[in-house]
Design a protein. Structure first.
Length: 263
């Protein structure tokens, strides 16, 4: 059994829906759907197999009201973790669907580096489940941007693909507006992988900005910023500060996976 969104196809969808349903079926015969993690057969292209599903370690309540990190089971709603109290971030709150370990690591890598763009649909659904509260409390959704040179090399921005689906099929009732270009990465930075905490923060300092002609899209808005993985928080911290400088009322963050080495 695989986790995949069932497609009702011909169940009241009309002629167009039926044609799409059968076209997908024909395509599956040519390119059978495979698990993005291990390559085993699955029930859909945006799915993982049952074994790899068990390897996704979801972050469930109770969590820190600000950082979204797991708290002891007896914690009351609204409880803050020690790091959130000691060093409050520039964003109002962060939510993550799962830990960045187990199946989440190869899933993200397949999505970002192996052109498994169909993974965005599954990832967005899981993020909508974990961050329904922040979605409903936001006006616009903004992806963490890539520098244009990296965009050319990768051909797509994984955060933008997730954000677009969060505003569409994954959480249509949230009513958020997708604003893909409101935030720009104005300086090319080194990859964060392998850098120490202080080096990561310095690497992304001044790397983000809201263009002057687009500030009206951000000013006074409750902004939800979307990214794939949260590690030290250096990237979303720098990006959140840029949004706040542009007049955002507040900034929330929603990611797929969070590194929790010490939790």
């Amino acid at each position: 059994m695989a986790y995949a969104q069932a497609d009702p196809g011909a169940q009241g969808g009309g002629v167009v829906a039926r044609m799409r349903f059968w076209a997908r079926g024909a395509a599956d015969l040519v390119l059978p759907p495979r698990c993005a993690v291990c390559g085993e057969a699955t029930g859909g292209h945006d799915a993982v197999c049952a074994a790899c599903w068990q390897g996704l370690h979801f972050i469930e309540p109770p969590v820190c009201a600000v950082l979204g990190t797991p708290l002891p089971a007896a914690s009351e709603p609204g409880t803050l973790s020690a790091p959130a109290i000691a060093a409050p971030p520039p964003f109002a709150c962060l939510r993550a669907a799962c830990r960045y370990d187990g199946s989440a690591v190869p899933l993200v890598r397949a999505f970002k580096y192996a052109d498994r763009i169909e993974c965005a649909r599954l990832i967005a659904r899981l993020m909508a489940r974990a961050g329904g509260d922040v979605l409903k409390a936001s006006d616009i959704v903004v992806p963490v941007p890539l520098h244009w040179t990296r965009m050319l090399a990768r051909r797509f921005n994984q955060s933008a693909e997730i954000a677009r689906r969060l505003c569409g099929e994954a959480a249509p009732a949230a009513g958020c507006t997708y604003v893909p270009d409101a935030l720009r990465r104005i300086r090319r930075t080194r990859r964060q992988v392998g850098l120490k905490l202080a080096e990561r923060a310095l690497n992304v300092t001044g790397a983000f900005a809201v263009p002057e002609h687009l500030r009206h899209l951000v000013a006074g808005k409750r902004v939800l910023m979307v990214d794939d993985v949260y590690t030290t928080g250096a990237t979303v911290t720098a990006a959140a500060r840029a949004l706040k400088r542009a007049g955002a009322d507040d900034v929330r963050v929603l990611v797929f996976a969070m590194r929790l080495d010490d939790v």
